[in-house]
Write a protein that binds this ligand. Structure first.
Ligand code: ZN
Length: 597
């Protein structure tokens, strides 16, 4: 076994106290004093998270004696000078049940390297050895290890030694340790593992069969061979939760138990399962788009401070466009189902005033403080680079197809970016995609890009869909839960423009939309409405109470903090903001929606 200058040793030492213990051996520390640091953010999740706040104790030793170590700032430590090897020992508190950090209890151990592995300054390009050690106790005898990290001495799924070529790789292989469910499939020659943690009733055979189709679709999209020889889908199954984070050879996901397919479902693709497959498809597409085709500013990642880019519309938006499209192309959902999803995305963007205030380039640039720190004002004041970005990708695809008489599409552009940038390790600049479109397809989208990215002008979705035999229709929403995508199913409610959830007594207002009757009446997010027109208001009946009074002013009794206010609310006929699509020329629609190969 080759010798390594860096050796990390991690053990879920105190599951009941949620503590991991890490021992880091540095064979050749900087003789002038070794600096160590932990990242302040994790690639793919653009918020300063200060992972080092969870380091609860840290000590150094050298030559068997304690070595002085001083903290330099919130995430950096400096060891006293020595020419001998140094051993750093530290405990990390792990109680964040998300895909971005670390979590440990008696049911499982999960971590990202960004939460647990200190970087050794000056040696981040040095290969390292990682020993993953089982916690003490019989209760953990059935635990196994799931990670895409390369085994060194360890058996696959076993505790033992793994290795990474550098720090960038070390923090890109999340590790799940538990008595998990494990299944396998092969797609285009690539081994895939499916790991489920948490109580579940999933039909693993069906799940593997559907994931095979999606993975093959994406591998064939970019061209074989795939850039990875192995891939791991890790999902934490919970009662209610949703999220995913992409990595070079794996992904960490959280999903609702009810979203996983069950033998009872038969062949039905439930809305929940479609959502889960869309999430898997999304993270898998990232294996190329963002993990390898990257903004130049991510080469390399600088994880101390925010890294600004206008390009997240391309990395999240294009990926969002191809996630559902990939599920359609893999044959799991049909055109009608796909167009319903697209109608919902269009509704989500166009129904909110934020799209009139923020450009998608600015949404990307300010993600650190706006998109990732959303409050009750988000739908009024910001636009999502995921949803609007996916509509921009749609427009680009449809425009290239129309203007090149279906000779080219966005698919060709993505393959070009993979071959000429991702594969070569060359970063993307702000104008790279526009230039690629022009050089490959001869279609000039300069004006479109300037408007779509840098203004809030409406996107030409309707006109472009029409060229492909599809109409974009809009109707009144049935209620505040109506996400669009389908034609009307009932008489719409009157509209006040607020979103609510149940409160202990009354109705908790979560969002008040700009220029709505609710806003004009003075209702604010955080208010608890207790009566409407003198009748007790609850989450289940407030809309009915509004409908009773018709378009007449009605009295609202609410608590703001602990003060009772009486306001007058005048509902209106609901504005049209639920979009849905209809195919009127199947030949034209098929040319876009039918798999290309
Ligand atoms: Zn994403």
């Amino acid at each position: 076994m080759a010798s390594f200058d860096l050796h990390y040793h991690i053990i879920p030492s105190h599951p009941e106290a949620h503590l991991f213990t890490v021992t880091l051996t540095i064979e050749k520390p900087n003789p002038a004093g070794q600096t160590l640091s932990l990242p302040n953010w994790i690639p793919g999740s653009y918020m300063i998270r200060d992972f080092a706040k969870n380091i609860v104790s840290l000590a150094a030793q050298s030559n068997g004696k304690p070595l002085a170590v001083t903290q330099q700032d919130k995430s950096t430590w400096l060891c006293a000078p020595t020419t001998a090897s140094v051993i750093i020992t530290y405990d990390i508190y792990a109680w964040d049940l998300s895909v971005r950090s670390a979590h440990l209890d008696q049911t499982h151990a999960y971590f990202n390297g960004t939460s647990v592995f200190l970087a050794v300054e000056g040696q981040t390009d040095t290969p390292c050895k990682v020993s993953i050690v089982a916690p003490q106790g019989e209760a953990y005898d059935t635990w196994r290890v799931a990670t895409s990290m390369q085994e060194l001495g360890a058996q696959r799924y076993g505790f033992g030694t793994y290795t990474c070529a550098d720090y960038d790789e070390l923090i890109d292989h999340p590790v799940e340790i538990a008595d998990f469910t494990l299944a396998h499939f092969t797609a285009c020659g690539v081994e895939h593992d499916v790991v489920l943690v948490g109580k579940h009733y999933a039909d693993m055979k069906r799940l593997c069969s559907d994931l095979t189709k999606i993975c093959e679709t994406h591998i064939q999209f970019f061209g074989t061979p795939a850039p990875m020889s192995r891939y791991v889908f890790m999902t934490l199954v919970v009662g209610e939760g949703y999220g995913g984070l992409e990595h070079r050879n794996s992904t960490s996901l959280i999903c609702n138990r009810a979203d996983l397919p069950n033998k009872h479902d038969g062949d039905t693709v439930t809305d929940g399962y479609r959502t889960y497959l869309g999430l898997c498809s999304h993270e898998y597409f990232h294996t190329w788009n963002v993990k390898r085709i990257k903004p130049a500013v991510y080469l390399p990642y600088e994880l101390k401070d925010e890294t600004y880019t206008e390009l997240l519309w391309a990395f999240e938006g294009i990926t969002s466009y191809y996630d559902d499209l990939g599920v359609l192309r893999s044959g799991i959902i049909d055109q009608k189902s796909y167009l319903a999803l697209l109608g919902q995305t269009i509704s989500r963007v166009l129904a909110h005033k934020g799209q009139n205030k923020q450009t998608v380039a600015n949404s990307s640039f300010t993600t650190w403080t706006k998109f990732y720190k959303q409050d009750e004002s988000a739908s009024n004041n910001i636009v999502s680079y995921y949803t609007k970005g996916s509509l921009i990708a749609l427009c680009i695809d449809l425009a290239i197809r129309a203007q090149s008489q279906h000779q080219f599409s966005l698919d060709d552009v993505m393959r070009h970016l993979w071959e000429n940038f991702g594969k070569q390790g060359i970063g993307i600049q702000n104008n790279t995609i526009q230039q690629a479109i022009h050089s490959i397809t001869q279609v000039d989208l300069t004006d479109f890009f300037n408007e779509a990215l840098y203004t809030t002008n409406p996107l030409p979705i309707q006109a472009l869909l029409a060229e492909h035999g599809i109409t974009l229709n809009v109707r009144q929403p049935n209620d505040t839960q109506d996400s669009g995508g389908k034609a009307a199913t009932k008489t719409p409610n009157l509209y006040v423009g607020m979103k609510t959830k149940a409160a202990a007594a009354g109705v908790h207002v979560t969002v008040v939309l700009d220029d709505s009757p609710a806003q004009q009446s003075g209702i604010s997010a955080g208010d608890v409405i207790v009566a409407i027109d003198g009748l007790k208001a609850e989450q289940s009946n407030w809309q009915t109470l509004i409908n009773y009074k018709g378009l007449h002013p009605t009295s609202i009794h609410l608590f703001r903090r602990d003060e009772l206010l009486t306001l007058t609310l005048t509902p209106v006929i609901a504005p049209k903001m639920s979009y849905y699509l209809k195919i009127i020329d199947a030949n034209k629609a098929n040319a876009w929606l039918t798999p290309q190969r």
